[in-house]
Design a protein around this ligand. Structure first.
Ligand code: GDP
Ligand code: IMO
Ligand code: MG
Length: 434
């Protein structure tokens, strides 16, 4: 119960529907897409609260793989509505391409809505993103090059264009003019100045196609909650990529943590019922930046092959390492996790031993936490556990997992302080052990 005093009666929660948040707690690609596909049927709405098409959320059905970039991962569950929230940044042509691809496989795209407060990513944002990366040289972040950073810069710089602006041609043209004006020196430096009339014409063409999907996002989500509908809030990227709490500056430009679901959907924190962290049984990272549990090339290659660790969006090989419990404990703190869903446990079959990073040591030998990530000479403290040789792909009950796999899971729960609620043992839609 909330605190009260003689003047102020205790708060009573007036909840009808609830929001459950599912997000990644490492550096992205934890398998959020599959988990959300599994859970979506229990919710009236699945809503993406941040990021853009830097995300790639894959769902495998038979030998077909669907990779969703911006449309929520409930797409294959017909009963669920899909909402792209205000916290996102969305490429018009990217969204149209994705809608067409979904329609072509028989998905009813009329149930997809986008908040009028979501921000538009223009092709010039992608050009600025790529130019900034080139300028950073050896210190490049390794972005996806999709314009995500520059689009969020425009939002906070008050020079962005929203989906709501698409409704009124005169407002749209003026917003585009101001947006281009704000970046004139950057375009001049890059030697490429986008033509204002062309941008307006292209945006208006896309608007005709997309406007039927644009809604008042605040009303859409909150009216659903008031009716008693439950909402699954879908995270993108991962906690260590959060713009404030991640391994800054090697991060994305959005709020990827649980708090981001409130700002990204326009809901109060009281609506949130639970926070589930999706976590790989080991770690991966795409792009630059610190990665304390990263394995040397030959060992990383073994994990990469076994886990098919190549980026959905860029095809880049993912860097691979052992499970990092320091990072996971930190992620628990900043997200307030209720439970973990551990994915890709099957990938560890056949390893003689599996490691868990339980601490970091500075170059001088002193113990350190997440704050030291990126310091030169930082070394992981690794605890090794016996591996197992059996394939886990067909296992559907945790009690039937090999003893050493169960012991490893118990240790993950213990060392992170969060219970493991479900385990994923293969890329197939149904490959979960409860
Ligand atoms: P997301 O961005 O968090 O949705 O994750 P991605 O889709 O980018 O990356 C996860 C990859 O791992 C995809 O290729 C999935 O098909 C695959 N995957 C997810 N869960 C499992 C699992 O339990 N076992 C195996 N072997 N692959 C999985
Ligand atoms: P999902 O949702 C993994 C990484 C990029 C880069 C950094 C900044 O599929 O888990 P950006 O283009 O966002 O400015 O790049 O963030 N990154 C991801 N890595 N999974 C993702 O999404 C990512 N989205 C961004 O590789 O290091
Ligand atoms: Mg991904």
């Amino acid at each position: 119960m909330a605190s009260s005093n003689a003047l102020l009666p205790p708060v009573e929660h007036r909840r009808a529907g609830s929001v459950d948040i599912v997000l990644g707690i490492q550096w992205g690609d934890e398998g959020k897409g599959r988990v959300i596909d599994l859970l979506a049927g229990d919710y009236a709405i699945v809503a993406r609260f941040g990021g853009g098409d830097n995300a790639g959320h894959s769902i495998q059905v038979g030998d077909q793989k669907l990779a969703l970039r911006i449309v929520p991962s409930g797409a294959l569950v017909p009963s669920t509505k899909l909402h792209i929230g205000a916290g996102t940044v969305v490429s018009l042509n990217g969204l149209i391409t994705e809608l067409d691809a979904l329609a072509a496989i028989g998905v009813d795209i009329s149930r997809i809505t986008i908040s009028d407060r979501a921000q538009i990513v223009f092709p010039f944002h992608a050009a600025l993103d790529q130019a900034a990366e080139r300028a950073r040289g050896g210190a490049a972040i390794g972005t996806t090059g999709r314009g995500i950073g520059p689009a969020y810069v425009d939002r906070v710089g008050r020079a962005g264009v929203t989906f709501g602006d698409l409704r009124t041609p005169a407002i749209l043209a003026e917003r585009i003019r101001l947006s281009l004006l704000a970046k004139a020196p950057l375009f001049a430096a890059a030697g490429e100045v986008p033509g204002e009339d062309d941008v307006v014409a292209q945006t208006r063409a896309a608007a005709e196609r997309l406007l039927p999907h644009v809604v008042d996002g605040v009303a859409y989500i909150n009216e659903a909650l008031e009716r008693g509908d439950d909402v699954l809030a879908e995270g993108a990227q991962g906690t260590l990529l959060d713009v404030t709490y991640g391994s800054y500056p090697y991060v994305t430009s959005s709020s990827t943590i649980a708090g981001g679901a409130c700002t990204g959907l326009g809901i109060g924190p009281g609506a949130v019922r639970s926070v589930t962290g999706v976590v790989k049984a080991y770690c991966t990272r795409v792009g630059g930046g610190p990665f304390p549990s990263e394995l040397p090339d030959d060992e990383a290659a073994r994990l990469r092959e076994a886990g098919r660790e190549f980026g959905v969006v860029t095809g880049r090989p993912r860097r691979c390492g052992w499970f990092d419990a320091v990072a996971a404990r930190y992620a628990n703190r900043v997200n307030g996790l209720d439970r973990l869903i551990v994915t890709k446990l099957d990938v560890l079959s056949g390893f003689e031993r599996v490691g868990i990073v339980t601490g970091y040591r500075r170059a001088d030998g002193s113990p350190a936490g997440v704050e030291a990530m990126g310091e030169p000479g930082l070394k992981p403290e690794i605890e090794y556990h016996p591996g197992w040789s059996e394939s886990l792909r067909e296992v559907r009950h945790v009690k039937n997992l090999p003893r050493d796999a169960r012991a490893y899971l118990d240790r993950l729960a213990n060392v992170t302080g969060v219970p493991v609620a479900l385990v994923s043992v293969g890329p197939e839609r149904t490959a979960f052990a409860a």
